[in-house]
Design a protein around this ligand. Structure first.
Ligand SMILES: Cc1cc2nc3c(=O)[nH]c(=O)nc-3n(C[C@H](O)[C@H](O)[C@H](O)COP(=O)(O)OP(=O)(O)OC[C@H]3O[C@@H](n4cnc5c(N)ncnc54)[C@H](O)[C@@H]3O)c2cc1C
Length: 410
């Protein structure tokens, strides 16, 4: 049995704790915000095992200039952040070249192919399975030309093993009658599902693990220092502590710990938003995405959550009124019965420029394990990431080759 500290209590940290505790380890989580805050709090809730097409794909060369300048665009740049973002953006563009993009898609597809197995032991528990809604996600296109533009990506998905059906306007109305008849084509992704309340799921998971001995320190970690026989964790307001292993699962805030452990990773954030319509969940039966507007509408326990958009703009807390308006305006256009949203949220997706997470050992020590950078897929990939973390701690061979996810690839 090893003493393991996990820094960060989002989807990745919690799932890592679950898998490590299955192996009998003594696990402590560190997070000043408690459980399931960060990007994990307000996401769209979809188990998107079909999500192997990263944002860095060849269409950005065609679409990016238009996206960055249009007020209807779901992808924005805070121009004041451009000087800091420039190196990341340069790498992002390079990663969008066809060969590199295909390599990223392949790496994501390989992880995603284990995503369901990664969740299986967690969801075997009825107390956690109660949050799963097994309704396939529907992704919609309001114009035939944008569907045609998405065909190469759909073809690549199919080649990488993703199963889906293409549906037309009539099928869409039948599947979700409350939608306005503005959608020409849709894609129904087989075997996808969603959580009825991602935060409540994480709280329930934490409660179960805590009952079995998981400790939670409400403290921010300032330093992680590999030593000869383990790792020292320096946390605010606490004496230094030694662990056998440390897992870095601090989402978009992970680069500083990687640097302390010998790795420079170009991690930045894709800011994303949600607005919630309380009590409207009965309008749709499944997550419905609108491709051109870059968001999902997910029926959750407390209403419909409209989540998505990408804003490249660093970690400021200032929200974009224009993106929140876009979510509100567009969701009401898609679902005319929606009234006024009653709350909104901003979250920080952790994103490497090639769209592939970092999973593996640090350069300085094999006792420091990285599990961050899951961009739009952290909920989906939490189970498999936790399994990989537990394999690395136990020195078992992981279920897949970890080379594409190494921090040293940069
Ligand atoms: C709008 C939106 C919609 C999304 N929809 C989906 C979806 O439908 N499906 C999907 O799979 N993914 C989705 N995602 C992505 C997903 O939410 C993220 O990939 C995921 O939450 C990342 O989890 P994480 O545990 O790595 O990071 P986080 O959830 O951000 O957790 C990191 C934690 O680390 C803590 N932390 C930071 N610094 C320190 C420190 N110094 N010491 C201690 N703790 C620290 C933070 O407090 C935080 O709690 C969406 C994201 C957004 C923004």
């Amino acid at each position: 049995m090893a003493k393991v500290a996990i820094i960060g209590a989002g989807f990745i940290g919690l799932a890592s704790a679950a898998w490590l505790m299955r192996d009998g380890h003594d696990v402590t989580l560190f997070d000043p915000s408690g459980v399931g805050q960060g990007a994990s709090y307000g996401n769209a809730g979809t188990f998107a095992h079909y999500g192997c097409i990263p944002v860095n794909n060849p269409s950005v060369f065609r679409d990016l200039p238009r996206f960055l300048l249009s007020s209807q665009s779901p992808l924005r740049l805070r121009w004041g952040y451009l000087p800091q973002l420039a190196p990341w953006l340069g790498r992002f563009m390079m990663s969008s070249l066809p060969r590199r993009y295909e390599a990223s898609a392949g790496a994501l597809a390989a992880l995603l192919s284990h995503a369901q197995d990664g969740y299986a032991p967690l969801l075997a528990d009825p107390g956690l399975a109660q949050f799963v809604r097994a309704r396939e996600c529907l992704y919609l296109y309001s114009s035939a030309s944008s569907f045609d533009g998405a065909r190469p990506a759909l073809d690549l998905r199919r080649k990488l093993g993703v199963k889906f059906d293409v549906v037309g306007a009539g099928d869409i109305q039948q599947l979700e009658p409350a939608l306005a008849p503005i959608f020409e084509r849709g894609v129904l992704f087989s075997d996808s599902w969603h959580f009825s309340d991602p935060h409540a799921f994480l709280l329930a998971l934490h409660a179960q693990l805590a009952a079995r001995g998981l400790k939670l320190e409400h403290a921010g970690v300032s330093a992680v220092q590999p030593t000869a026989g383990g790792v020292t964790v320096v946390a605010e307001g606490m004496a230094q502590r030694g662990y056998d292993h440390v897992v870095i699962a601090t989402g978009a805030r992970s680069a500083k710990f990687a640097k302390q452990c010998g790795d420079r990773v170009p991690l930045d954030t894709e800011r994303g938003y949600h607005v919630r319509y309380a009590g409207a969940a009965q309008l749709i039966s499944r997550p419905v995405g609108w491709a051109e507007r870059g968001f999902y509408m997910t029926p959750m326990r407390d209403g419909i959550r409209v989540a998505g958009t990408v804003e490249l703009g660093g970690f400021s807390d200032t929200r974009s009124r224009s993106l929140l308006d876009l979510l509100t305006f567009s969701s009401r256009r898609a679902l005319p019965a929606l009234r006024e949203p009653d709350s909104s949220w901003l979250g920080f997706r952790p994103t490497l420029p090639d769209g592939v997470p970092v999973l593996g050992h640090s350069r300085a020590s094999d006792r420091v394990i990285y599990a961050f950078g899951h961009q739009h897929l952290g909920l989906t990939l939490a189970g498999i990431s936790g399994r990989v973390v537990a394999d690395l701690v136990a020195r078992r061979s992981p279920v897949l080759d970890l080379a594409p996810y190494a921090a040293t690839r940069f």
